[in-house]
Design a protein around this ligand. Structure first.
Ligand SMILES: *[C@@H]1O[C@H](CO)[C@@H](O)[C@H](O)[C@H]1NC(C)=O
Ligand SMILES: *[C@@H]1O[C@H](CO)[C@@H](O)[C@H](O)[C@H]1NC(C)=O
Ligand SMILES: *[C@@H]1O[C@H](CO)[C@@H](O)[C@H](O)[C@H]1NC(C)=O
Ligand SMILES: *[C@@H]1O[C@H](CO)[C@@H](O)[C@H](O)[C@H]1NC(C)=O
Length: 382
């Protein structure tokens, strides 16, 4: 048994070859490969990718998460990969840290090292869609990275060629943000043109770039997520501060990500009118871009914690108050989704949304509206 595993390890090392290895002090040690190979034999796994600790904690504390006793986690390259089950489905949970770079690196490591059949990404998000409320949980069909720009020099107009545009590096197809639209007097910032990412898919030619802007989530995951739409979610922070209406799970068309915490009403409005964005975050498109290139199915569950600058200007960003509620709601939806997936894998066609009622919200309270409007937040929360 031991020898067999050892052989497998050697094969794996040879296969990965140039990536990591040159000698005995390779980046991935033989001992580490043995652990990875043993874990992978028990796969495939659902990969659960989460940005921050306050978003991950409710999952780790949830009764549906059961850590793997024999090997609860494995630390590698500054990341901790946690093994266990959620709703009896084998998962690997990993925390990325803030931002696109961290999310991309971590997702790539996860799918490179482990036997992953799909990626579920979850967390909180800002909201640019005035039809939704804080606490609602969104599942966008498409994601885009809207932080890759070509910033024009002052004086150039929309018909002037962008730097390196003729080489195909940059495009005018997606459009731009005109800073002067937001300033009464002329300013020197001119405009920025949104750019698609260069992608190098696993089944393409290395070093031959393709371009991608909108990244679709997996169709099957997105269809399955429809069954989550009746799920009951927590509506209150403590027992006193309740949202105007009970939050809902909703599939939406678009979410966008960039390395920017958006807390600005004008930019929020622009992002909604230009891109039809609902959820605004700092990681989902990075996870999606890695999954797109590695051909791994993915979906994102993002609970709204704030209005991305569109709220009452006398208040600080609503995430100060609502991030914990949103994080709990995101975990409730994630675990319900895993349960749906599990039953689908197991071919249990009779399992539907009504079975999900057993997922009760983690924060209970007497619903304060409309019976007791004074118990509601004195805030415009949409
Ligand atoms: C969990 O799944 C295993 C098979 O993978 C099965 O034997 C066991 O009964 C399941 N447990 C529950 C609580 O569904
Ligand atoms: C940019 O904004 C300025 C000020 O609103 C406007 O005069 C100009 O026409 C805009 N340019 C484009 C291309 O939209
Ligand atoms: C909220 O209400 C529940 C049930 O009424 C109670 O058990 C719990 O202690 C309360 N929590 C807080 C923070 O007041
Ligand atoms: C814009 O997004 C909303 C919310 O997801 C969706 O209902 C609507 O169909 C979208 N509009 C377009 C033109 O895609």
């Amino acid at each position: 048994m031991k020898i067999k595993l050892h052989k497998l390890t050697i094969c794996f090392i040879l296969a990965v070859g140039f990536l990591f290895l040159s000698s005995s002090d390779a980046a991935v040690s033989e001992n580490e490969w043995e652990k990875i190979a043993a874990i992978n034999k028990k796969g495939p796994y659902l990969g659960i990718v989460v940005p921050n600790n306050f978003e991950m904690s409710p999952l780790l504390q949830s009764p549906s998460f059961v850590p793997l006793k024999a090997l609860p986690y494995f630390d590698f390259a500054g990341k901790r990969f946690r093994f266990g089950k959620v709703e009896n489905e084998s998962v690997i949970v990993v925390l990325t840290g803030l931002s696109m770079l961290n999310a991309g690196i971590t997702t790539q490591l996860l799918v490179t090292l482990f036997n992953i059949k799909g990626i579920l990404h979850f967390g909180i998000a800002g909201n640019a869609n005035s039809e939704l409320q804080i606490g609602d949980v969104t599942i966008p069909r498409y994601w885009a990275h809207t932080g890759l720009w070509n910033w024009q020099r002052f004086g150039d107009g929309t018909d002037d060629e962008l730097a390196l545009e003729c080489h195909g590096d940059y495009t005018r197809e997606i459009g731009f943000l005109n800073f002067s639209d937001f300033n009464i007097d002329d300013n020197l910032l001119n405009r920025v043109w949104f750019q698609p990412e260069e992608v190098f898919p696993i089944d393409g030619n290395p070093e031959i770039r393709q371009h991608a802007f909108w990244i679709p989530v997996n169709n099957r995951y997105f269809s399955l997520a429809k069954n989550l739409e009746g799920l009951e979610l927590g509506a209150c922070v403590y027992n006193t501060t309740c949202l105007p209406r009970r939050p809902k799970v909703i599939r939406v068309e678009r979410g966008i990500s960039s390395n920017t915490f958006v807390d600005n009403a004008a930019y929020r409005k622009f992002l909604n009118s230009k891109f039809n964005a609902t959820a605004i975050d700092m990681e989902s498109a990075a996870v999606g871009l890695v999954c797109l290139q590695q051909r791994i199915p993915f979906v994102t569950i993002r609970a709204i914690s704030d209005l991305a600058g569109g709220g009452d200007s006398s208040m600080s960003n609503e995430a100060n108050s609502f991030a914990p509620l949103a994080a709990n709601n995101a975990v409730d939806v994630l675990t319900a989704f895993i349960s749906l997936l599990k039953h689908e894998y197991d071919g249990d066609a009779s399992f539907g949304s009504n079975q999900l009622k057993r997922f009760s919200p983690q924060q209970h309270c007497t619903f304060a509206f409309p019976q007791n409007p004074s118990g509601c937040m004195d805030l415009d929360l949409i």
